[in-house]
Design a protein around this ligand. Structure first.
Ligand SMILES: Nc1ncnc2c1ncn2[C@@H]1O[C@H](COP(=O)(O)OP(=O)(O)O)[C@@H](O)[C@H]1O
Ligand SMILES: CC(=O)N[C@@H](CCC(=O)OP(=O)(O)O)C(=O)O
Length: 253
């Protein structure tokens, strides 16, 4: 059976029942098995603000000082993961919440200047195949651990791509916009390497979307086929994408 990794942007948690609607669609798609990798950037923003921290991003990645990590881990591996778990249960799934470590990924520091931001390295054995055999729905946060036992904040798009690679699975990125938009805010149906580089250089694609298109491109190159970025706002998008139809933006290798 084909395995699909679905990257769910954290903003899905701000729209009531949006995740539940998506999980209901997944429950109806019995021809495939699913692994959810989720973000929660907006939740991290609010938890850090409430705790009195300033938070900055560099090319879409949150600079993560050690002293902020308890809040970042609490928001992502705790609150966001467990909120999604609630909605998955209500939609009829039997979810299991995981961090990247249990999902087979070892993390390490990406760049000293970014603090505890992690990259995804060589794997440990993943428990995901066994969970899928048991009919469970893995819900993976983007909190990683290193061989050194330190915890890391990994961008959730990068985390999803690493897990898809590890599982040899298909991947879909579901975010809060219908498609990648051009300078006139019109949806772009397809993007290749050259167009991506140009739009980033022109400042049309920036922030979280910059990480997403770069990561999608790497995933597309690995899979040797197009990878889609679309919105979780219309759950029907997921059915169409699984059926191989065009929704949102296709990133081609
Ligand atoms: N060219 C672009 N087209 C669409 N969205 C863009 C673009 N450039 C930047 N963005 C921003 O990227 C956001 C999606 O990235 P991000 O917030 O990281 O999503 P997610 O949490 O789903 O991973 C959009 O909501 C939008 O604000
Ligand atoms: C290093 C880094 O940037 N980590 C992200 C992890 C969460 C995330 O990626 O959430 P979304 O998918 O909702 O954007 C952050 O702290 O915001």
């Amino acid at each position: 059976m084909q395995t699909w990794v679905i990257k769910l942007g954290g903003a899905v948690l701000n729209t009531e029942n949006a995740a539940k609607a998506l999980f209901e669609v997944l429950a109806s798609q019995t021809q495939a098995q699913f692994v959810i990798v989720h973000g929660g950037g907006a939740l991290v923003d609010s938890w850090l603000k409430e705790a009195g921290f300033a938070s900055a991003k560099h090319q879409g990645l949150r600079i993560s000082p050690k002293e902020q990590m308890p809040y970042i881990v609490g928001a992502l591996a705790g609150c966001a993961n467990k909120q999604l778990m609630s909605q998955a249960i209500v939609a009829g799934h039997k979810p299991v919440g995981l961090s990247l470590y249990e999902a087979g990924i070892i993390s390490s520091q990406k760049l000293k200047a970014l603090g505890q931001v992690g990259q995804c390295d060589s794997g440990v054995q993943s428990v995901i195949p066994e969970l899928l055999k048991l009919g469970r729905l893995p819900l993976v946060s983007s909190i990683g651990f290193g061989d050194d036992g330190l915890w890391y904040n990994v961008n959730a798009d990068e985390a999803a791509a690493a897990i898809a690679k590890e599982l040899n699975a298909e991947i879909i990125f579901m975010t809060d916009v219908e498609a990648v938009l051009d300078a006139d805010k019109q949806p772009l149906h397809q993007l290749d390497t050259n167009q991506i580089n140009t739009l980033i250089a022109e400042g049309v694609i920036l922030g979280g979307m910059e990480v997403k298109v770069k990561t999608s491109l790497l995933a597309a190159q690995h899979l040797r086929r197009g990878v889609y970025i679309s919105s979780w706002q219309k759950p029907g998008n997921l059915v169409a994408l699984l059926a191989g139809e065009h929704v949102g933006t296709k990133i081609t290798p």
